[in-house]
Design a protein around this ligand. Structure first.
Ligand code: SAM
Length: 327
């Protein structure tokens, strides 16, 4: 049976990571980052390896020509290897954004943004899976900035981007601290959900809770708006209960002042473990001179994304909304 390109690459990532994991006594994900670095640099960077392992790795890498694989083949194989490594961990906020959401987001960013060339920001870039899916699928020239507080995830993201030769600048920092970046045309983020622990930093934000810790996802929304050009669009993957929490009124007030709501697309429940974990894509536009709100917001309950017939119907509905509201 013929082995697909994604399987070939996954086997390379997996087997070389296992060998590095054993010899460097590290986690699978750390070993995956090491093997990715080796592949990108075309040499073996870990000096502490035995001669036997160095030789074996060289042979594995020589059997593969990365330039013969498409970006999507590389991303998918890397995604599978990350998923395998993540099974060792179990932090819900570190979950990679699935392809299906990334492809839909690429479609939406492409529809909303009129410019032929755009600058994207993902302030919760994680492994880069969401951002790179968008960069691979979007129908325009795009460059991007990715920020994440987790040093291992962002290392995986930067290797992921390097192997796909995508122009992304990465910053390993807390995104709620000041960012030293140019303003973005659009923001895309699968928001981390929970409390933000630093109340002093949160006090710089309008959405700050009157008492106790502020929700990190609220701070992420405000921070993202600060780094978006007036008239720019923001696409957030949010928990469905965003507007019903105890701190929601602060967020409402903030949004009224700074944002124009474009739409909410509820992702199918079947994508999530349970109703409470379910999410939506929330689309807003930063206010600016001459920017008008849509006549009505785009409200969609998405069917299972693999159901082609129902998805086609929804895409027709979205197209119609664009003609009537953004034409
Ligand atoms: N879209 C990402 C992907 O495809 O891998 C997954 C994003 S994940 C749902 C949320 C991310 O937010 C995690 O990677 C987490 O490390 C990051 N995060 C949480 N708090 C943060 C903070 N204060 N500053 C920067 N990143 C943060």
């Amino acid at each position: 049976m013929k082995v697909s390109p994604v399987e070939q690459l996954f086997t390379l990532f997996n087997e070389t990571s296992l060998r590095l994991q054993e010899e460097l006594e590290c986690s699978f994900l750390e070993a995956l980052a090491e093997t990715g670095e080796n592949l990108f640099h075309g040499s073996i960077l870990q000096e502490e390896l035995s001669e036997l392992t160095t030789k074996w790795l060289k042979k594995q890498y020589e059997e593969i020509r990365m330039d013969q694989y498409s970006n999507e083949e590389i991303r998918k194989a890397f995604q599978l290897a990350i998923l395998k490594g993540m099974k060792e961990l179990s932090q819900p906020n570190h979950q990679m954004t699935p392809d299906s959401i990334g492809m839909l987001a690429a479609y939406l960013v492409g529809k909303f943004m009129k410019e032929p060339s755009i600058r994207l920001l993902d302030p919760a870039v994680g492994t880069g899976n969401l951002l790179l899916t968008i960069l691979n699928y979007i129908d325009k020239k795009a460059e991007a900035v990715g920020v994440d507080i987790d040093d291992l995830l962002i290392k995986l993201a930067y290797i992921n981007a390097n192997l796909q030769q995508q122009p992304v600048q990465f910053f390993n920092q807390d995104s709620i601290e000041p960012l030293f970046i140019e303003l973005a045309d659009a923001v895309i983020a699968d928001l981390p959900v929970g409390y933000y622990p630093n109340d002093v930093r949160a006090s710089d934000y309008e959405v700050k809770a009157d008492e106790g810790h502020t929700y990190a996802h609220h701070l992420f929304i405000e921070q993202s708006v600060r780094y978006t050009k007036p008239g720019g669009y923001l696409f957030f993957i949010i928990p469905n209960g965003l507007f019903e929490s105890d701190q929601a009124s602060k967020l409402h007030d903030y949004m009224k002042e700074h944002l124009l709501i474009q739409g909410i697309l509820q992702l199918p429940l079947s994508m999530f473990k349970n109703k409470n974990a379910a999410k939506s894509i929330f689309i807003v536009q930063k206010k600016g001179d001459g920017i008008k709100p849509p006549k009505q917001a785009l409200l969609v309950d998405l069917p299972s994304l693999s159901n082609k017939a129902e998805m086609d119907n929804i895409l027709v509905k979205i197209d119609k909304w664009f003609k009537e509201n953004k034409g």
